[in-house]
Design a binder for this molecule. Sequence first.
Ligand code: 5AD
Ligand code: SF4
Length: 484
Amino acid sequence: MRKIISGLSAEENTDLLEQQRQERYMEAAREKTAALAARLHRTPTCHVTNFGCQMNAKDAEKLLGILLSAGFEETQDEAADFLIYNTCTVRDNADQRVFGRLGRVSHYRKNNPDMKIALCGCMMQEDLNVEKVLKSYPFVDLIFGTHNLFRFPEYLAQVLDSGERIVDIWKKTDRIVESLPSERKYSFKSGVNITFGCDNFCSYCIVPYVRGRERSRKPEEILGEIRALSESGVKEIMLLGQNVNSYGRGLDEPCTFAELIDRAAKIDGIRRIRFMTPHPKDFSDELIEVIKRNENIARHVHLPLQSGSTQILKQMNRKYTKEQYLALAEKIRTRLPDAAITTDIIVGFPGETDRDVDDTIDVIRRVHFDNAYTFIYSKRTGTPAARMEDPATEEEKKDRFSRVLKCVQQSAKERALLLQGKVMTGLVEEVNTQSPGKVTARLSDNMIVHIDGDESMIGKFYPIRLDICCGFYYFGETAGEEIV
Ligand code: 5AD
Ligand code: SF4
């Protein structure tokens, strides 16, 4: 096993120098890939499997961009010449899925001894996971973490060059290198990172430990990236961060999230702008007003509740009460009546009782969520909640989860039904693989609608009538020409 020593420490180097350094490694990676192609008598293939959130998906686009730029060709098959898993560790089942998949990977390697296998992302920031991989999955060639993803060209060049295993995990970074190649999954929409890391330390959450301290990109860099995306045909932008509305802390020139999104929304060609994920404690009135003023800011607020019980919220270190959350949701409903409010809920947090779950259900009914992701609490080693007493049985947790889920589904269905018969603007995103002759569009409020159509409609806006409500989504039809 070899540990990369890069010569320059993170602190000694500027972002620009680092970028130039990685560009040189890109050249080296291209040479190595060309040599591999000559040996194989074909273009080597690559596959990036992504687990987890939107920020990971954005990272996966960078990984793929680097591999394609080095000369690999993308395949949908994991049995590729270069396979990389960008991992997630937010809940235990995410970890287990990766280990499950790795079991299969050893067979691919047996059939293709030239195959290179890499692991990166949040799971690799945890020592125990790295140790497990090193011990039980000896065929993994490259392991790196979240803080040094921008060094992938360097690792790629080296791993293609030698048969040695490379492991490089950084505990932290203050570096932001954002201009390496990236291969967007969609030509017409793109995520744009605005903050990295999280300083909230919700007591159940592993993210602050694996993604590090919160850092904001400079407004000019973000707006410059959005302008360039718009010029290349992107119409919809999603501003990304673990806690987007605390954007701006620590910047030399102050800028709030509301100011940033206001400026982003005014960039020519940006027809829709979304953001993910805000924290209720930082959701300012200014932000609500900015959304109201800018019609191209999506009518969708994802506002993670986690629990409706003030007592549990305190234990979770969420820094708001049930009443404060309800007041905020009420304000959003009043000021932005056409906006959908969706949420995340955790059931089974240590010490949670039936009474606490009643409070969660009360909030679901009162806010009337348009949708919610409901999770069973997953113990994450090293977080404060992992050390809390948890007397509830699995059975009780499952019952509570079913109660919450039923309520969420009911709420979502009722909200969706309010749209029946309306004509709304949808952006066609993809061909529907389940129903031939149909394409899938997304409305400003994040509702999904399936309509008759073909590939030529992708990336275009249409007026769409919402005909048949199927709970979380609709079947509809175009009600006019493309909206340009
Ligand atoms: N257990 C269950 N759900 C979790 N989430 C974060 N950490 C945990 C955990 N330990 C959920 C939260 C968060 C979403 C991204 O994942 O609801 O908003
Ligand atoms: Fe985790 Fe809380 Fe940060 Fe979200 S805000 S990433 S739940 S610590």
